[in-house]
Design a protein around this ligand. Sequence first.
Ligand SMILES: Cc1cc2nc3c(=O)[nH]c(=O)nc-3n(C[C@H](O)[C@H](O)[C@H](O)COP(=O)(O)OP(=O)(O)OC[C@H]3O[C@@H](n4cnc5c(N)ncnc54)[C@H](O)[C@@H]3O)c2cc1C
Length: 256
Amino acid sequence: MNKIIDFKKYTSIHIGGEHKVKIIKTIDTYPSYKILGRGNNSLISDNPPLLAILGEEFNYIKEKDGKLIVGAATSSGKLLTYCRKNDIANFELLAKLPGNMGGLVKMNAGLKQWEIFNYLHSIKTHEGEILKNNIPHSYRHTQIDGIVFEVTFNIERGYCKEQQKVFNKMRDNQPNLPSAGSCFKNPEGYSAGYLIENVGLKGYVIGGMSFSEMHANFLVNLGNGTFNEAIELISLAKEKVKDKFNIDLEVEIEII
Ligand SMILES: Cc1cc2nc3c(=O)[nH]c(=O)nc-3n(C[C@H](O)[C@H](O)[C@H](O)COP(=O)(O)OP(=O)(O)OC[C@H]3O[C@@H](n4cnc5c(N)ncnc54)[C@H](O)[C@@H]3O)c2cc1C
């Protein structure tokens, strides 16, 4: 089954054209397709590869034998609400962390030392269940081959409202304008925001795109920003930071 998706509306950064997207309904390999979740970390080019998303069949939450079993098309908001209602700890970090479980696990999304892999037990791909210890992962990086269809977490009881408030506070400096989250990964010992600001690019505008005035590591769409303008800003920041600090900034946003 296919569907036409307007990625200018679908992605959080509001960039991308209309493309035919495959809706995946059964577990298989789909080697010709690039899988997407909610598009909160993605910058879609004008000529993307074939795209696919998971169907509603993968949008579920179950509890079994002390484990939380979540379909990869389940949104972070739905899981957060479930954990709040069922007094489950550790998922408070999902507040204001937009995405589907497949994307969140693939990106090892999180906030500082709190990241999704901390609570993971295993994932399900076309190869079956893969335990966390067998998945190489680090800060905002995982080596997952293929599509994640299901995610299993260890359950600890005790949802903590105070912890959620702490996470919300940590996000106070994030802009409300359309973005794809942090543009670059923080290099060892530095914050990417500090480096971008230090080379004079905080608030710097090209066309309809800018490094935010509020937080330099957020590439924001001021209205009608384009893919090419976003790429120009990314290249400029990489070049200036390399010249001044001899640091190679690595993009966190997925350029598709
Ligand atoms: C306002 C804002 C704030 C944010 N704050 C944070 C933050 O604090 N911390 C953080 O880590 N991120 C943050 N992000 C980025 C984003 O929320 C995360 O990267 C999230 O994991 C993206 O999920 P998604 O479903 O939207 O992924 P997408 O953008 O759709 O995809 C991201 C990547 O995951 C892959 N992928 C998606 N689904 C699957 C699947 N089922 N199987 C295998 N691979 C898959 C895609 O191919 C792509 O490579 C923020 C984004 C926004 C817009």
